[in-house]
Design a protein around this ligand. Structure first.
Ligand SMILES: NC(=O)c1ccc[n+]([C@@H]2O[C@H](COP(=O)([O-])OP(=O)(O)OC[C@H]3O[C@@H](n4cnc5c(N)ncnc54)[C@H](O)[C@@H]3O)[C@@H](O)[C@H]2O)c1
Length: 281
């Protein structure tokens, strides 16, 4: 049996609740961490959602506490992390789920929408990582930080420029945290989901290449949770500063428009040209 090393660990999940019709990354990640043996502080801006996920974990025999806070507010972030540490007796794992896009063309983006989107997707991650890191350094027991980025921080974020720029910022932030905090045994990584949409949990297993985006299949919410779980676990003990892309292959698509019909009927003939000695040899 493989030990994930999470039994008895103390985890903070920011944005742990579930909103129907959305992906449910907080919900699935909180459940996965609890199932691996961690106690989970389920932080959410909505009291009912925080209580629902914490109750679900407890109902399944795990340990969890609900904490209500607006995690875009630095003061509330500090208070929520204080409360989580007090309730759990420390913090070893931190996963930030919160984020969302605003849509507009580059030439139309308002400064308010830009600022709010950067704050919601990037600045609040910094607030949380900073607050948790201070505890982890004092504990001297290392730790793991994980943020949910997006493939939009790697490729173009067409019509949602601020979101893509913020997620690229998250991908950069985990590298800086990895470099600065490695000396304390603290790791920092990100998960970059592809088109999870509203969860894809109803996607039939075993169906591949059914859309033009994913050569394999669209990722599901629990695939993202598994990636966050892996990066939080001892299996990733020497992985830091990385972004794990979970996109069913979307960002690995070729850029040539090549199709099978373009393969030459006699590929060996082309190899013959290549092997033929040139003027000098
Ligand atoms: N769904 C996708 O296709 C996709 C793709 C790439 C990346 N992502 C990323 O996934 C994350 C969102 O996942 P989701 O749709 O499952 O989450 P969500 O938007 O449903 O939110 C999860 C929880 O966070 C809580 N929350 C929101 N704002 C908060 C705040 N200010 N303070 C505290 N709690 C707050 C909500 O109440 C909710 O319970 C984002 O980071 C998003 O960028 C999603």
């Amino acid at each position: 049996m493989i030990d994930l090393g999470l039994s008895g660990k103390r985890a903070v999940v920011s944005g742990a609740g579930y909103i129907p019709e959305r992906a449910g990354h907080g919900w699935f990640t909180s459940l996965a961490l609890a199932e691996a043996g961690a106690s989970v502080a389920c932080i959410d801006i909505d009291e009912q959602r925080a209580e629902r996920i914490a109750g679900e974990i407890v109902g399944r025999g795990g340990n969890a506490v609900p904490i209500v806070a607006d995690m875009t507010d630095a003061v509330q972030v500090g208070r929520a992390v204080d409360d989580a540490v007090a309730a759990l007796g420390g913090v070893d794992v931190c996963v930030d789920i919160i984020g969302g896009a605003t849509w507009s063309k580059v030439e139309d983006f308002s400064t308010q929408a830009w600022d709010a989107t950067i704050h919601y997707n990037l600045t609040q991650v910094f607030y949380l990582f900073q607050a948790v890191t201070r505890y982890m350094i004092a504990q001297r027991t290392g730790g793991s930080l994980v943020a949910i980025a997006s493939v939009d921080g790697i490729a173009a974020a067409t019509y949602h420029a601020a979101y893509g720029a913020a997620k690229a910022g998250v991908i950069s932030l985990v590298k800086t945290c990895a470099d600065e905090l490695g000396r304390y045994g603290i790791r920092a990584n990100a998960v970059a989901p592809g088109n999870v949409g509203s969860g894809n949990e109803d996607q039939p297993p075993g169906e591949y290449a059914v859309n033009g985006i994913n050569p394999l299949a669209a990722p599901r919410a629990h695939d993202i949770a598994n990636a966050a779980l892996f990066l939080s676990s001892e299996l990733a003990a020497r992985i830091t500063g990385q972004t794990l892309v979970v996109d069913g292959g979307a960002t690995s698509r070729q850029m040539w428009g090549l199709t099978e019909s373009m393969i030459p009927s006699e590929p060996e003939a082309a190899l013959g040209d290549f092997m033929r000695p040139g003027p000098s040899g």
